[in-house]
Ligand binder design. Structure first.
Ligand code: GLN
Length: 451
């Protein structure tokens, strides 16, 4: 009730939710009360959550932030959201996002921009919450939900968490089922939680994760108690600091918070060592080939015949063209064009195939480095939240914001963003913890020690 009231009061300004589901929330809350009355306490009984509007929710409109899915009501529930319901969660509504999760600002949503609840000191100019999970992060930061689901294809959990001063975890590729999540780039997409603290993320991930026969890339591994891992401490751990993350013309405040975080880890008994990830500098370029390539293939299904709002045409080709011209926004069209280009005969070898080879080298860098260290600590993003509208006319500048986050997607390793402090203008900045594949426990332990 209190959360629904807060949403009613603040969502008109923040636009963090595309759809609010008060009836469903009350239904879930009543079920939680009944379970508690029977003495049944699940991992999440009664915990109010926002669900990124990329997760299909049975009987609840799922838009992916796109005009083309404006009226799509899935008859099925994604595995991740079903897992949350199984453990007693209460769904408040569907969180806003960049269209098809393509963006770092939440400015590309067909349902309007999301406003970051934080502002610069002495300046009320609206700032972006980051993206693509901007609605999820803003909802949690503004206390409209205790946690939220999010997805991360190239930083979309970690960067908005950093911009909104909360925690966000992208687990290892395969840890959470992708079934029922609208696909962007299938070899990179991974679901995870955003929440106020590292431990809250750990509690949520314990419910979200798990093997699912309906997703052939989902890992058949037991799900540990991630919350317990948050209390392990960092004594005796070796923490790597990749020197390549320093060369991006980074603001001195980010460097200072980074050093402060490393100092805390050292005080708690960790050993800090310099390491090198030589292929990291190619991460962004290869990401912006692989992700659009897969997107152009995944988005071919929105043709006006299935799922979608339809525009009339004299024949089928015209129907496709008109539906896609009206239904997709500018960023989505740009990605489809890039993706189609790099996959086309004659260019495939030069772009897509080469990007896949470089991707293998990025993974090899991490494999080598993790022989000597247990985790890596870096900044999450090269800047704090920027103003709404800024960078919209300069896609390259927008893409550069993902420079620290995409290597984890290219290699599949887990990455956590932890709120690290405020910059001189009073805006939050995050530190990123990276770990070995399927060793989220160490990542959580380091993250909790940084908090
Ligand atoms: N900003 C990145 C992009 O636009 C990340 C998106 C994501 O992780 N979903 O592709």
């Amino acid at each position: 009730g209190a959360f629904l009231g807060a949403i009613e009061a603040l969502n008109p300004r923040l636009n963090a939710f595309i759809t609010v589901t008060p009836e469903l929330a009350l239904e879930h809350a009543a079920a939680a009360d009944a379970a508690l009355a029977r003495g049944e306490q699940g991992n999440l009984t009664g915990i109010p959550l926002a669900i990124k509007d990329l997760f299909c929710t049975a009987g609840v409109r799922t838009t992916a932030g796109s005009r083309i899915l404006e009226h799509f009501v899935p008859p099925y529930e994604s595995t991740v959201s079903a897992n949350l319901l199984r453990d007693g969660a209460v769904f408040l509504g569907k969180a806003n996002l960049d269209e098809f999760a393509m963006g770092s600002s939440n400015m590309t949503s067909a349902f309007g921009a999301v406003t970051n609840p934080w502002t610069r000191q002495g300046d009320n100019a609206p700032l972006v919450p980051g993206g693509s999970s901007g609605g999820s992060a803003a909802a949690v930061a503004a206390r409209l939900a205790l946690g939220a689901t999010a997805t991360d294809t190239g930083g979309s959990i970690r960067q908005p968490a950093s911009f909104c001063g909360i925690a966000g975890m992208k687990p290892t590729y395969g840890r959470c089922s992708r079934w029922g999540i609208v696909a962007f780039a299938s070899s990179l997409d991974q679901a995870g939680p955003v929440a106020r603290t590292v431990e809250d993320c750990a509690i949520l991930l314990t419910s979200m994760a798990g093997h699912d026969p309906k997703d052939s890339t989902s890992a058949d591994r037991p799900v540990p108690d991630f919350a317990a891992a948050c209390r392990r401490g960092v004594k005796g751990l070796r923490i790597g600091v990749p020197r390549e993350y320093r060369s991006e013309g980074m603001p001195p405040e980010i460097e200072a918070l980074w050093q402060q975080g490393l100092g805390w880890l050292r005080e708690q008994g960790a050993e800090i060592v310099d390491v090198s990830l030589p292929h990291t500098k190619y991460g962004l370029a290869t990401y912006y080939i692989v992700a659009p390539a897969e997107a152009s293939s995944n988005l071919a299904r929105y043709d006006g015949v299935r799922f979608t709002s339809r525009e009339d045409g004299a024949d089928l080709t015209e129907l496709y063209e008109k539906t896609r011209a009206a239904g997709f926004g500018a960023e989505v069209k740009r990605r489809i064009m890039i993706g189609t280009y790099v996959l086309s005969a004659g260019y495939y070898d030069a772009y897509y195939l080469r990007a896949q080879k470089v991707r293998a080298l990025i993974l090899k860098d991490f494999t080598d480095v993790f022989r000597g260290v247990d985790a890596l600590v870096t900044p999450t993003a090269p800047s704090a939240a920027f103003a709404q509208g800024e960078r919209m006319d300069d896609p390259i500048k927008m893409y550069l914001n993902d420079v620290f986050t995409v290597p984890a997607n290219m290699s599949g390793i887990p990455g956590l963003s932890v709120p690290a402090g405020l910059d001189a203008q009073g805006l939050p900045l995050g530190l990123q913890v990276l770990g070995r594949p399927f060793d989220e426990e160490t990542v959580f332990a380091v993250g909790a020690a940084l908090e």
